[in-house]
Design a protein around this ligand. Structure first.
Ligand SMILES: CC(C)(C)c1nc(N2CCN(c3ncccn3)CC2)c2cc(C(N)=O)c(N)nc2n1
Length: 335
């Protein structure tokens, strides 16, 4: 039936049927490189979902394929392999679990690192990216993807003023960080989209993801995206040997880094940092969804390594979500 003859409830029901179908088709196409259906079938169903959500913006859901990309949810971008995988992060949801993490880490560090410091960082709510430089020149930018394989979004990232084209030193490095959409830019964008009868983005992270994976880079350029860089795949080319020093050195090289990081000597300092920024969260110009606490000595990070997916030397403290029972993430300590 034509969308305009539907009630909102009917539109919501039809959209709820279409989303999982499109996501499933999209996954098969993207992951398996084997399109489940012909492009025209996918595109017709996708267009129907867009029509339903445009006519009834209230039915849009965060997981809708329309929220994640400019075009279809299909992997129409070339893929990039991260030579050094981009790790994930274990997470905890209470100070007690954080103290457990600290106690276990301190039990397991080599004796010469006893009493190591942490570095505390805000956990920016954006999209993790990798920036590859050769001899100090920006040559490729990509999304984190699944940690091993991401998407090439070089042209999109090249439009961001915060990403240096040339570093202050001719280094060949891979720098990782978060691309985000500031809160105000997000509000303005959604106002424009609704004024044009388009589905609004559910949150700034989806808006950043959708803005980065645009095939038309001018669209990306207009979205006021920003970055905070926080890691390097291999720190040997740098002078610093601490996480806090890394953030200073990345800034010296020309990167945008978040200035709120702080060295913590113990869990009391960490807790004070968490209290401070839990209170300031609403006033920040960008979204955060927690705090990341990292062992500060870089050689200790390397010594402790990572389990299959997560470093043993870092943890994300997540703000309590609305109503979800706490899930304890077990990091296996035996290799
Ligand atoms: C280098 C390590 C692995 C310790 C690391 N990993 C991070 N993340 C991993 C998981 N990521 C992820 N993303 C999508 C799916 C699964 N994991 C998203 C980035 C960090 C994210 C932030 C931030 N957001 O501000 C930050 N200040 N430091 C990070 N540090």
């Amino acid at each position: 039936k034509p969308v305009k003859e539907l009630t909102q409830h009917q539109a919501a029901e039809e959209a709820a049927d279409l989303r999982p179908q499109l996501i499933d088709w999209g996954k098969q196409y993207y992951d398996a490189d084997a399109p489940a259906v012909e492009d025209d079938v996918y595109d017709r169903v996708y267009a129907r979902l867009v029509a339903l959500e445009t006519a009834f913006p209230a039915i849009v859901t965060a997981d809708s394929p329309t929220q994640h990309v400019g075009g279809s949810a299909r992997g129409d971008l070339p893929k990039v392999r991260h030579e050094i995988p981009m790790l994930s992060l274990g997470d905890v949801f209470s100070i007690d679990e954080l103290k457990d993490f600290d106690a276990r880490l301190r039990e397991n560090v080599p004796a010469n690192y006893a009493g190591f410091d942490y570095n505390c960082e805000l956990k920016i709510d954006g999209l993790a990216i990798n920036l590859h430089y050769e001899n100090g020149k920006f040559v490729q930018g990509s999304t984190r993807g699944n940690g091993q394989i991401g998407e090439d979004i070089t042209a999109n990232l090249a439009t961001l003023p915060s990403i240096p084209k040339t570093l202050t030193r001719p280094l060949t490095i891979d720098v990782r960080g978060e691309c985000y959409m500031p809160k105000q830019a997000f509000l303005d964008l959604n106002q424009r989209r609704e004024a044009q009868g388009q589905a609004p983005f559910a949150n700034p992270r989806n808006a950043a993801a959708g803005s980065l994976r645009q095939l038309d880079v001018q669209v990306t350029a207009d979205r006021k995206l920003a970055t905070f860089m926080y890691n390097i795949a291999d720190y040997d080319p740098l002078d610093t040997r601490t996480q806090s020093g890394l953030l200073d050195e990345l800034a010296e090289l020309g990167f945008s880094t978040n200035p709120t990081y702080q060295v913590a000597h113990d869990m009391d300092d960490v807790q004070a940092y968490i209290t401070t920024y839990t209170g300031q969260r609403a006033d920040l110009a960008y979204g955060i969804d927690g705090i990341v606490i990292k062992a500060n000595p870089l050689p200790l990070q390397r010594a402790m390594g990572a389990t299959v997916k997560v470093p043993r030397w870092a943890i994300a403290y997540k703000f309590p979500p609305e109503e979800v029972e706490t899930v304890v993430t077990d990091i296996e300590w035996t290799v």
